[in-house]
Write a protein that binds this ligand. Structure first.
Ligand code: FAD
Length: 416
């Protein structure tokens, strides 16, 4: 059996894996990517956040994505019946990118990894990691199985696990930890958005509040195709009879806006489901490895934070790994887990505030303060490390105080 020697082995060729590989290669170290699937492969998660753009740029991958002319995204719109609350990324507190993209992920992920390959990084598709042994000096030997059943051993000085829902290292070493969030389910499809021009402009994600705790994403991913999915509790979907296709149709027909826009829209593919996606691990790093992207923690799709966290965490992880391999000391707890956890915790507060009704109160309050709206907009753009923003620095307290103020204002108005 061959044993190849490399500086960094990256597991997974999603956005997290591509960013990690690009950063290691940029630093002049040897890197190899192994990916279980044949690309392009389908994955859900089409709506990006502006904070991704900085990472794509620094990793040298932005131009390759720009060349694809994906659907541009300028903001997010929340709809509750006739009530609408619109965020425009140009009206933000944090100085950063004011736009990003909505992408068919198969194409986006393929673009990133193809650019990484074009720069000379070897990528093995249909190659699954089946085992890893870490040595005392923190180097490792990873066993991979190729599509033809043959195996290979890869000797690396460091491993970056970017395997997404595959969760390779947490599964191999029993590091999985349940999420603090309730398990939820999504039923979704891509549809030919034949009525889009009658309803909306395509450059934003639309989030429809469907029923308490149930919401819908509408993400135009090309001039004609839109990703549309329902998210709710398991009980909600149990109470909707039929198979996935019947449920999807029934839920569309039961909502006036969805019925008019998508009632007769042909599907690009039959509805699919995903469930209980939230999860985390006991540690984001260990001797000889670091976890990035979805492997660390995926919260909830409501604010489209998945690819942002995947890219930002991988960028940081790879930068630290390079420093370590070049002989510098790295405080992984402080410089990686601490930083990442702050962003995750901020988004967790917003996810919980979404499901407990606090954000609904804030979003649909009368005459929102533009300064506060800009601060919240920056969180929703992914700038969750900007401590100048009070809605980041004291995320929970700021949202709670604002919701109480809105309650008070409403009570005063009802007295007048
Ligand atoms: P992935 O993109 O999953 O890539 C991991 C790769 O690792 C895969 O290609 C896999 O094949 C490979 N792999 C796995 N196991 C192995 C193994 N043993 N050996 C080798 N390779 C392996 N995010 C957003 O940003 N915007 C959204 O609108 C959004 N919507 C979502 C909707 C739903 C319902 C859900 C559940 C998630 C959504 N997400 C969204 C989250 C998004 O899908 C993920 O956060 C994102 O794909 C994470 O990227 P990644 O690179 O970490 O992992």
């Amino acid at each position: 059996m061959n044993t190849e020697q490399i500086d960094v082995l990256v597991i997974g060729a999603g956005p997290a894996g591509s960013i990690a590989a690009a950063m290691v290669q940029k630093a002049g170290l040897s890197v190899r990517v192994v990916e279980r699937e044949k690309f392009p492969r389908f994955v859900i998660g089409e709506s990006l956040l502006p904070r991704c753009m900085e990472v794509l740029e620094d990793a040298g991958l932005l131009d390759a994505v720009k060349a694809k002319n994906f659907q541009q995204k300028f903001g997010a719109k929340f709809m509750r019946g006739e009530d609408i609350f619109d965020f425009n990324f140009t009206e933000q507190f944090t100085q950063g990118w004011t736009w990003t993209w909505q992408v068919p992920r198969a194409d986006f992920d393929q673009t990133l990894i193809a650019e990484v390959q074009r720069r000379g990084v070897p990528v093995s598709f249909e190659t699954t990691v089946t085992g890893i042994t870490f040595r005392d000096d923190e180097s490792s030997v990873t066993t991979v199985t190729h599509a033809d059943g043959s195996t290979e051993q890869l000797s690396a000085r460091f491993v970056i696990d970017a395997s997404g829902y595959g969760r390779v290292i947490p599964r191999l070493f029993n590091l999985d930890k349940p999420s603090s969030l309730d398990p939820r389910k999504a039923v979704f499809a891509h549809v030919h958005d034949i009525h889009r021009h009658e309803f909306d402009e395509p450059n934003r994600i639309v989030v429809v509040m469907y029923a308490p705790g149930v919401w819908v994403w509408i993400i135009p991913v090309s001039p004609t195709v839109t990703s549309m999915g329902f998210v709710g509790s398991f009980d909600f979907f149990h109470s909707t009879p039929g198979d996935l296709a019947t449920q999807y149709k029934t839920l569309i027909q039961a909502h006036p806006y969805l019925q008019k826009r998508f009632g007769d829209a042909p599907w690009v593919f039959e509805p699919r489901k995903l469930e209980a996606w939230s999860g985390t691990t006991t540690s984001f790093f260990g001797k000889g490895y670091v976890l990035t992207g979805n492997v660390t923690e995926f919260l909830d799709p409501i604010f489209s934070s998945g690819v942002m966290f995947a890219t930002v965490s991988s960028h940081r992880a790879a930068t630290l790994a390079v420093r370590k391999l070049k002989g510098e000391a790295v405080d992984w707890e402080k410089e990686y887990t601490g930083v990442l956890q702050q962003g995750v915790d901020t988004f967790r507060t917003y996810v919980m505030a979404w499901y407990d009704g606090t954000l609904e109160k804030i979003f649909f309050s009368k005459n929102p303060d533009p300064r506060i709206k800009a601060q919240i907009c920056s969180v929703l753009a992914g700038y969750v490390w900007d401590e100048e923003n009070p809605f980041v620095r004291d995320h929970r307290g700021s949202l709670e105080r604002l919701a109480k103020l809105i309650d008070l204002q409403q009570r005063l108005m009802s007295l007048n």
